[in-house]
Write a protein that binds this ligand. Structure first.
Ligand code: PLP
Length: 413
């Protein structure tokens, strides 16, 4: 469910006409709906009210400071995966005690900053990482709490690039290693090993992979005791015609599994919260008739929304102002010099005129977060709509931004 709807032929973001928003802020433009984000957050919170988990929004899906702030103000914690994300989470006002930190490549400086910030848990992905956290915590005269990321070797039945819980992926630790860490936890004097972390993948629409993974963690709990269970993110959403899990259904099944286990639960949703809460609006620069194909060439492509190029992901695309004109088949492509630069393929739409705006739906997660300046296109602006108000939450970059960190060495002057 989201709050981007057509009234007659005009697309609205909550209570504002998208046409008016792009008149003010230009294109390409990311538009987010604050109340869609909150609806999703509270839907999940409500579904899980019996287990009362700490929900840590996974900011890799969308790292807009305003969105993080919106969620933090509503009680969310934050899941981070780098020193940069930690910095942003703190800047957005998230208290350290609500921050969990995953990722396979945590550097020493990042670990030290996180320990000093008083984060709740590192989700530890390897034995050398655990040793390093122990060493740095000792140097900082602290005892750092951690969870061990368990690789349960479960197939999430999603795209292989967003599958993270199978044994051949780089994530987490195998059962035996996780178990031996718990058995030898006295070795790590400056680390408190408090729980298990799982995250088996993203855009998962089936229940059984989640349940299988949790069962592996509960199996381990019979052999070694722990207090916290972080079941990660991964809940799928509707991009086309998927039938994702309903939060209530997901929560009830997990409740059943965890009955009697007394674990404290943590969730790390990303896509579920923001995926359908954002659209990318682009304008048609040219309509080009090819030999076998027609192309609507727009002012934003894979540089702003990489998912179609990276995973052949489907995003619904439609005119911001619908019109009653004959429809033809076309690819919606960006300006980038790559054949993979498309937003949609073989779409049936009325032939757009130059300057007409297209809305790419479901762009709130892994959209702006994965954007780049490839081909010299500055990053676009982002706005947040709250009912009838619209706020600029990220300024459009300019050409000066493209060179601000470049240096010309003396011998070239
Ligand atoms: N937690 C971890 C450790 C992740 O790597 C991810 C994303 O891949 C998430 C949470 C969020 O996943 P999703 O956006 O599918 O909810």
């Amino acid at each position: 469910m989201h709050r981007f709807n057509y009234q007659r032929s005009n697309l609205y973001a909550e209570g504002i006409k998208v046409e008016n928003i792009i008149k003010q802020f230009g294109t390409p433009l990311y538009i987010y709906s604050a109340n869609t984000i909150l609806d999703h957050f509270f839907k999940l919170k409500h579904a899980f009210k019996v287990l009362n988990p700490l929900i840590c929004f996974s900011m890799k899906s969308n790292s807009s400071l305003a969105i993080i702030r919106l969620l933090v103000k509503s009680g969310s914690g934050i899941d981070v995966v780098s020193g940069g994300e930690l910095y942003k989470a703190i800047k957005a006002g998230c208290p350290g005690v609500k921050i969990v930190y995953a990722g396979v490549g945590k550097r020493e400086d990042e670990i030290e900053t996180a320990i000093k910030a008083g984060i709740l848990f590192f989700n530890v992905e390897s034995v050398p990482e655990l040793e390093k956290i122990n060493k740095i915590a000792k140097r900082c005269k602290k005892i750092q709490s951690v969870c061990i990321r368990l690789n349960p070797d479960v197939d999430a039945k999603t795209h292989k690039y967003i599958t993270t819980g199978k044994k051949e992926t780089k994530f987490g630790l195998p059962y035996k290693v996780a178990k031996s860490i718990f058995k030898n936890k006295s070795k790590y004097k400056n680390v408190k090993i408090e729980g298990i972390h799982l995250h088996i993948g993203s855009q998962i629409v089936r229940l059984d992979p989640f349940l299988k993974a949790i069962k592996v963690a509960l199996e381990l709990k019979k052999e070694v005791d722990f207090e916290y269970l972080n079941i990660g993110g991964g809940l799928g959403i509707i991009y086309k015609n998927e039938k994702p899990l309903l939060p209530d259904q997901y929560a009830r099944e997990i409740e059943k599994l965890l009955k009697g286990s007394k674990v404290k639960l943590i969730l790390e949703p990303g896509r579920f919260i923001v995926g359908n809460a954002g659209i990318l609006v682009t304008r048609v620069v040219y309509f080009k008739k090819g030999i076998n194909k027609n192309f609507a060439i727009t002012d934003g492509g894979m540089n702003l929304l990489l998912r179609p190029a990276l995973y052949e992901a489907y995003h619904e695309i439609n005119l911001v102002k619908k019109k009653n004109k004959p429809k033809v088949k076309m690819d919606i492509v960006g300006p980038v010099c790559e054949s993979s630069d498309f937003l949609g393929q073989d779409r049936i739409l009325p032939v757009p005129k130059e300057g007409e705006a297209l809305a790419v739906f479901g762009a709130g997660a892994y959209g702006s977060a994965m954007a780049s300046v490839y081909n010299g296109h500055p990053l676009c602006a982002e706005v947040l709509v709250n009912e009838k108000e619209v706020y600029l939450v990220k300024k459009k970059e300019n050409y000066r931004d493209l060179i601000q960190n470049d240096l010309i060495p003396d011998f070239l002057r």
